[in-house]
Design a protein around this ligand. Sequence first.
Ligand SMILES: Cc1ncc(COP(=O)(O)O)c(C=O)c1O
Length: 392
Amino acid sequence: MPLPSLNDINPVAASLEASSIRAIANFGMTQEGVIPLWFGESDIVTPEFICQAAFDSLAAGQTRYTPNNGILALRQALSSYQTTLFNQSFDEDNIVVTVSGTNAVMLAAQTIISPTDKVVVITPAFPTLMAIPRLLGAQVIEFPLTQMQGRFELDLNGLFKILKGARALVINSPANPTGWVASFAQLCAIAEFSRQMGIWVISDEVYNRHVYQGQCAPSFAQIMNEDDRIIICNSFSKAWCMTGWRLGWLTLPKVLRPTITKLIEFNVSCAPAFVQAAGLAAITQGEVFLQQTLVRFRQSRTMVYDALNDVDGITLYDMPATFYAFIKVDGLADDSQAYILNMIRNEKVGVAPGEAFGEAGKGHLRICYGQNHQSLALALQRLRRYLSCYHN
Ligand SMILES: Cc1ncc(COP(=O)(O)O)c(C=O)c1O
């Protein structure tokens, strides 16, 4: 009897491209001695005081369902954290706890995007930011940042032109993979445009604290009013080294809460209690730890600059934020998988392919410099050797 054909699944789901970063990682992880610079995380483990809060929560029997929107104490802590950081008053009803930043983006998108909507994403962009609207049936338009003298810039007029007739803009600043940071004036202009045109803004601000000047990057949280069509997505993953915990939050106009609550119920029901207890410790006691990691990343950034800045055929862009370096490699094929697999085999170091971040990422590589300095120094030595030999 012939086997039943199982190709009658949701065509949008079937057509999504698998993550090419995962493909690199899957190969790299089978190879001995490879230093991984492919994923967006550092090798710093979650600090003890955060883990202890989770242990205490479990020991206290907090193993059951929690409210859809998150535990009140965590929402209150997040609202006062943001009120202090952004000098703008929030209350707990502007905050919803999510199961990761990824889940935050999914919930924001599910709230506002319908099939066939036009959604503009500023690129190069974290692949999930394009995949989620596509999965919801939207038509995704990539709007590339402009490259100017080794930096990325946003052409606001071009963006506003392409946004005509769009349902939503997805913006990520500070940006993965480029490290680009939108200015406060640019965010104000986008908010004003959104008000005039009725366009929604999904702002992914998971790297908001990973800046090397000031306390935080400019945020829509400094600007937004209750009647603005703006949803901010955030995460505990990066700032407190909690990638494996899967905890994030949304900042939104209160009027959206009832809808988001239903969406959470039908997606994940709630975030685990002990993970939220860990998040509460992070948000209330995590500032010293965060500042220590930034000191380390600042040095790491200098190491990247020193190692790669003078390699022929390479453009190393400015790195004002995040823990990524994005480099243009002259002559690199649009599909850089083979180039990176060869790098892993020959030099025992691996990076992320630029094309994973959209059309505008082609010809580039992303380096995550979150590794400890000893591994990073070795990785950069290997990378420098490889890049010096293998470009056209
Ligand atoms: C821009 C951006 N948004 C969201 C995420 C997802 O973070 P989380 O681990 O909270 O799902 C990442 C992770 O790399 C990211 O780079």
